[in-house]
Design a protein around this ligand. Structure first.
Ligand code: HEC
Ligand code: HEC
Ligand code: HEC
Length: 186
């Protein structure tokens, strides 16, 4: 599939997340600025600006922030919930024109349980799933989370992170520049 189709679809899907850092609560269109409770809430920028910065999404590099101990989220609410970490990378996209996708279980299971993905999103068997970038852009598969709650789909090379044998090395940013003004203001 030509890369420009993906980029065009993605501009439509992801435009809001390109629009930069944290709104003040009074201006975010979600909180009622007239509510007396607004003064009791912490501004997102006060909390998030202290964490490892990212250049996309909600502007925090969450995996690094967790690994550096900047945050220490509670792993379970009930003591009987079993925490399962799984350290296994699965290579995806072995045949396309883009670099391969190394899917890291360890980083995911720092945040998630197996049941968040298995088996309703992915069968737990390498190569057993029919993955597609259009489905992902459509909010399915990886796109259930990426572009919604985890880093956005504009970060092509955070997923397409491994060169094919003899292939071009992954680049750190979008394959084409997004022209100024292409992203509608919020
Ligand atoms: C959240 C992870 C993720 C992100 C971000 C991502 N991709 Fe993908 N991409 C995948 C997966 C998984 C596949 C499916 C691999 C397969 O077919 O086995 C894929 C497949 C593709 C394919 C089809 C196969 C190929 O290599 O030709 C293209 C083209 C593609 N992606 C382009 C992009 C572009 C361009 C971006 C950024 C605008 C991007 N992707 C961002 C995970 C991602
Ligand atoms: C964020 C989603 C996600 C989570 C959470 C997740 N997996 Fe997976 N898992 C995948 C994907 C994607 C594949 C690759 C499927 C493919 O190649 O088609 C996979 C493949 C597997 C495989 C086969 C490949 C391998 O590594 O041997 C096993 C086994 C597996 N998962 C077990 C687990 C277990 C156990 C947990 C919890 C500790 C877990 N997974 C959590 C997405 C996830
Ligand atoms: C159930 C939700 C979920 C699904 C489905 C999911 N991810 Fe993730 N992913 C996360 C979360 C949460 C993080 C950590 C937060 C972040 O980096 O934004 C993460 C992080 C990652 C990272 C590590 C980023 C880093 O900084 O080290 C990669 C790479 C990645 N995902 C690729 C994928 C690919 C490829 C797929 C599909 C095969 C996928 N993810 C499916 C939730 C998900």
């Amino acid at each position: 599939m030509p890369t420009w189709i993906i980029v065009a679809a993605l501009l439509l899907v992801n435009a809001p997340v390109l629009a930069g850092p944290w709104d003040k609560l009074r201006e975010d269109g979600v909180h009622d600025p007239r509510s007396p409770a607004i003064n009791r809430l912490q501004e997102p920028g006060d909390a998030l600006s202290k964490l490892t910065p990212d250049s996309a999404g909600n502007m925090v590099r969450w995996v690094q922030s967790l690994e550096k101990g900047e945050i220490n989220p509670r792993a379970n609410l009930r003591p009987d919930t079993k925490i399962r970490l799984y350290d296994s990378d699965v290579m995806l996209n072995l045949n396309g024109g883009m670099p391969m996708v190394k899917f890291p279980h360890r980083q995911h299971t720092l945040w998630l349980d197996c049941a968040n993905c298995h088996d309703h999103l992915f069968k737990a068997e390498a190569g057993a799933n029919k993955l597609s970038m259009l489905a992902i852009l459509n909010g399915e598969q990886c796109g259930v989370c990426h572009g919604a709650v985890s880093f956005p789909l504009t970060e092509c090379f955070r997923c397409h992170n491994t060169a094919k044998p003899g292939g071009k090395p992954p680049r750190p940013s979008l394959p084409i520049a997004i022209p100024a003004g292409a992203v509608p203001p919020k």
